[in-house]
Ligand binder design. Structure first.
Ligand code: SDX
Length: 377
């Protein structure tokens, strides 16, 4: 709200022009480079969507094959990163691990980090390698066998292989592929804005992604998907949903997975993820999470008129896929890195230092008192 011209949280402030993503908050529509997310989720793959975000058009079959081959060839970790991961305590926050490894990669791979159109190489590298970092980290702490390259796997299949190790069914791979598509970009959300601010100073792409990872970690942004599952632990049964949710609201607590700065109706990604949560739950004979979420949804809407956002159902899908809960937000990052890097490349093409101003409300013209004359305030 504007208090003396200040838009707290930059709410509704149009900060720049972009050709990457359009959100219609009133109608609940999400568009990547002109294509409706509902069609992309239905008919596309994460690799095809990443190509669209980076290059601004859908790939031909040869271009898509070329991208798949390049991404598969960029999954391996340099030995120093494996050593860093081996030093990470199993209790380390996985977003901190991701952020640390991206920073270290910038030191090891300087060629990929020069600002400008050549940064597309860095965009592919980080998109390919983030799942490998998570896989190495998780397997080491879980005592699982070391991650072996699997160049024939699609990106979504590779993510599941990296995090689980067991064979994945077609339905499981498709469920994750759709989730990766839905998380790939979202206009000027906080982490993408952080990436663009960093790039706007002509800093490098790896620094911009490091800024973005640190920003996405927050529970008001990317961290909500893990907290939704904690809420379900607390609710326990559909019958308890009303009591637990109403008590939280009475304490003015936020219900994770609900509300959005831009959407005034249901987040279209929540609509698609709700259906996948049901589909996967049915296939696995486990609709517990889906039923709990439906009940929570009804109470929150009745009590606060709030709609679900992308984080409400994603955790139930990842849980059914056997992905550990503390890797949900890093998985969000592993998808959104495609959008972050597309925005960084766009910033480099039409660079303008991002530097808003603030309204000073502190004291002015105070007299300087020498330290020997100062007494406790
Ligand atoms: C993501 O920006 C993006 O696009 C982000 C994202 C992306 O893809 O990058 O979509 C991903 O971050 C989704 C959001 C994930 N976060 C959560 O689910 C956390 C819970 N949600 C809220 O914290 C909140 O809805 C925000 C942060 C998402 C948006 O908050 P706003 O726009 O700042 O709204 P607000 O805080 O001003 O709230 C307006 C009113 C308030 O009521 P009053 O105090 O005026 O009575 O709505 C209430 C809030 O209390 N409210 C909630 C609520 N969200 C808003 N009340 C309870 N639970 C909630 N979740």
């Amino acid at each position: 709200m504007a208090e003396g011209g200040v838009q707290r949280g930059l709410e509704d402030v149009v900060a720049l022009e972009s050709q990457i993503c359009f959100i219609d908050g009133k109608e609940g529509r999400l568009i990547y480079r002109g294509y409706d997310i509902r069609e992309l989720a239905e008919r596309s793959t994460f690799e095809e969507v990443a190509y669209l975000l980076w290059y601004g058009r859908l790939p031909t079959p040869d271009q898509l094959d070329g991208l798949r081959t390049r991404l598969a060839g960029l999954r391996a970790l340099p030995e120093p990163i494996e050593r860093i991961l081996a030093e990470m305590p199993p209790s380390a926050n996985a977003m901190d691990v991701l952020r640390t490894c991206v920073s270290a990669l910038a030191i090891l791979e300087p060629a990929e980090t020069q600002p400008g159109p050549s940064s597309i190489g860095g965009a592919l590298r980080l998109t390919a390698v983030l799942p490998t970092i998570l896989g190495h980290f998780h397997r080491a702490r879980a005592g699982m066998p070391r991650l072996a390259p699997a160049p024939d796997l699609s990106h979504a299949a590779w993510v599941l292989h990296a995090l689980r190790g067991t064979e994945a069914s077609e339905l499981e791979v498709r469920a994750l592929d759709v989730a990766l598509i839905l998380h790939a970009d979202h206009e000027l959300n906080a982490s993408t804005f952080a990436a663009r601010v960093t790039a706007s100073t002509l800093s490098d792409l790896y620094s911009a992604v490091t800024s973005a990872i640190g920003t996405l970690k927050g529970p008001l942004h990317g961290g909500a998907n893990e907290r939704v599952m904690e809420l379900l632990d607390e609710v326990g049964t559909p019958a308890r949903a009303e009591e637990v949710v109403r008590a939280k609201l009475a304490r003015h607590e936020r219900i994770m997975g609900f509300g959005h700065r831009v959407y005034k109706v249901e987040d279209p990604r929540a609509t698609i993820l709700r259906e996948w949560s049901r589909k996967l739950g049915q296939a696995k004979g486990n609709l517990r999470y889906f039923d709990l979420l439906r009940q929570v949804e009804q109470v929150v809407h009745a009590e606060k008129g709030l709609y679900p956002n992308v984080d409400l159902y994603s955790g139930s899908i990842y849980t059914l896929l056997g992905i550990p809960r503390d890797l949900f937000t890093p998985l969000f990052a592993a998808s959104r890195v495609s959008g972050w890097t597309a925005h960084v490349l766009e910033e480099y093409q039409d660079l303008r230092l991002i530097r808003p101003t603030s309204r000073y409300v502190g004291p002015i013209d105070l007299a300087y008192v020498p330290i020997e004359k100062r007494t406790a305030a």
